[in-house]
Write a protein that binds this ligand. Structure first.
Ligand SMILES: [Zn+2]
Ligand SMILES: [Zn+2]
Length: 374
């Protein structure tokens, strides 16, 4: 019989329709058709992208910005979903203005929003009395939207990276996390990778992205509410308890080190959904910057997972998402940063859209067994 399971980290329900027992060979998908065209992310084309904000791996003496020789390069998105803000130590004082605006100007009403500029609201929409305009809430779309060009090699896959290279990519994301955390008014940092067109990748060249938002996204709000509820009931962080229990039960465990546990979550929304969670309680992704061995261990975890996935499924479309506590204090007790890997083997259809309940044809126990043994 199918089973309804609840994810305590988000309070969402899933239907594990495990009698279908879908294994890797039961999923069919076609690899994306490759359209040869000039690629602005390839070395030698640096002038075709916005000026880089960070590059790692250029040899000393040949480290002029926007030139070849890099191993990982970070640039602002040419078509950002959120307008870019300047960092406090960059020219123009934008951040100071932003901070001042953030104090005084939480949410604009539509009627007075003309020329709202780059003010970043520091308050949640939900916390503001919007009076007669409660139907049409909005705020200036400021934040950050950057592209991490993961490799000079156009068609590199994550499973093909060395540990050294994966560490460089993680270091680049950490450096941007730290730099952007200093911008007043920005509240939430999200790094993600879309691989394959179905998963949202519009360019072929190996890349990830990051976005920083001026509000707390609904998925994070759900984690805050679920975390608070669990903390009140159990006196502990839900992911800390899950790490302890999953490493004891081992049924859903995929991989572990001193620093990270990788497992397929009990209420997996998608077949082969896999989480990589720090074993120690850490609310903020930024904690990783203080620990070189943990950074190496995370690189090893990501390499292990993607090598197995690429071997089992080939070029399956997938997303990797980073979940971390918002920069503002107050949620440290029950939020615990982690990575979620979500292969796109099933289609989100009417039932999922209409109810928010996902139907998963592969039990996480089976998925973990496949990922452990392959
Ligand atoms: Zn390329
Ligand atoms: Zn925890």
């Amino acid at each position: 019989m199918p089973e309804l399971r609840k994810d305590v980290t988000t309070n969402t329900w899933v239907i594990i329709a495990s009698e279908r027992g879908k294994r890797p060979h039961d999923f069919t998908f076609r690899a994306d058709e490759r359209v040869p065209r000039a690629c602005p992310f390839c070395p030698g084309h640096e002038s075709e992208t916005p000026p880089e904000v960070l590059a790692l791996g250029r040899p000393q003496g040949a480290d002029a910005p926007d030139t070849p020789g890099w191993e990982v390069r970070v640039i602002p998105n040419k078509f950002p979903a959120l307008a870019h803000v300047a960092l406090p130590d960059q020219e123009g004082g934008t951040a100071a203005e932003l901070g001042a605006a953030a104090q005084s100007d939480p949410v604009k009403k539509e009627s007075e929003a003309g020329g709202a500029g780059r003010a970043a609201p520091a308050m949640d929409v939900g916390a503001v009395d919007v009076g007669a305009d409660r139907l049409y809430l909005h705020m200036p779309g400021v934040g950050a939207h950057e592209v991490i060009i993961e490799s000079p090699q156009h068609d590199a896959t994550v499973g093909s990276y060395t540990i050294h290279h994966l560490r460089l990519i993680l270091q680049a994301v950490l450096a941007r996390y730290q730099a952007l955390s200093r911008v007043p008014g920005l509240r939430y940092f999200q790094a993600f990778k879309n691989f394959g067109r179905i998963a949202g990748a519009s360019l072929e060249h190996a890349h990830s992205q990051l976005m920083v938002t001026p509000m707390i996204p609904p998925a994070t709000e759900a984690m805050i509410i679920a975390g608070q509820q669990y903390f009140r009931a159990a006196g502990n962080c839900p992911l800390c308890d899950l790490v302890a229990e999953e490493s004891r039960l081992k049924r859903r465990m995929v991989w572990q080190s001193q620093y990270f546990l990788m497992f397929c979550p009990y209420a997996s929304r998608f077949p082969f959904e896999t989480w990589i969670v720090p074993c120690l309680h850490q609310p903020y992704f930024g904690s990783l910057a203080d620990h070189a061995e943990a950074l190496t261990s995370l690189a090893e975890a990501v390499q292990y997972l993607l090598q197995r996935v690429e071997a089992e499924f080939g070029p399956v479309p997938y997303n990797i998402t980073l979940h971390t506590a918002p920069w503002e204090p107050g949620h440290e007790a029950y939020l615990h940063w982690h990575l979620r890997f979500t292969p796109r083997l099933t289609i989100i259809a009417g039932f999922e859209l209409g109810t928010g309940v996902y139907v998963n044809p592969t039990a996480p126990e089976l998925a973990a067994e496949v990922l452990r043994n392959s």
